[in-house]
Design a protein around this ligand. Sequence first.
Ligand SMILES: [Fe+2]
Length: 235
Amino acid sequence: MLCGAPCPGLAASLLAEATRVVRGLQRGTAHFAKQAGPLLGFGCFVGSSLSLERFLAEERVFSSFSYEKAWRRCVLGSPPFLAEYDRLLEEVICPHLRGMLEEEDGPVAFYCQHPPTLRLQPGRSKQSRLLHADKRYGHQAGEVNFWMPLTEYTLTRTTLWIESAPGKGDFHPLEIHPGDIAMFHGTLVRHFVPPNRTEHTRVSLDFRIGVGQYFDPGWRMPGLRHYHPRRTIVL
Ligand SMILES: [Fe+2]
């Protein structure tokens, strides 16, 4: 079941620059990975390097919902990380979206997932994210997805694959690097992540933003219990 209509002009995949905030997000992630990783069973850094690619992640962190919830608590318990995320929303993403909606008169509300989802994909693993579109998980046509890597694609060699339009089937990898952000219409556009065959851990941040009149913040897919909290930014 799907709510609303796709936002016009926002379905295309594109990149925006986030170099101003990506270092802070990487540092924040490394900080709580170092503190909470061994305590909560996510994994640990080996040696003195705090490069996220060097975090030795446990297999279960990629597929376990309980670990995803524990990670979310780590994110919520990290004010510096959240401050960088807020900067990203306020200074980069929402102004970018507002610019794409220049035909719209008056203020536009952006319903931003808060906190974002931070994902760890362990290296040398057969685990993958199967092909899906997010409408299956209660997302609406009036929201768009943002995906940004916090680790180097040149090391991890794994990334998100998407199709260029719903049902088109022309899947291609997002070969982007820390500081770049991919935007796509994940509610309708199918996507997946292949296994990470390298020894390096892949870390990425993703979130969705509901756009103005195209998004209904009160809508719930019948039967679905988990919904991401949102922060509203009006521009
Ligand atoms: Fe998805």
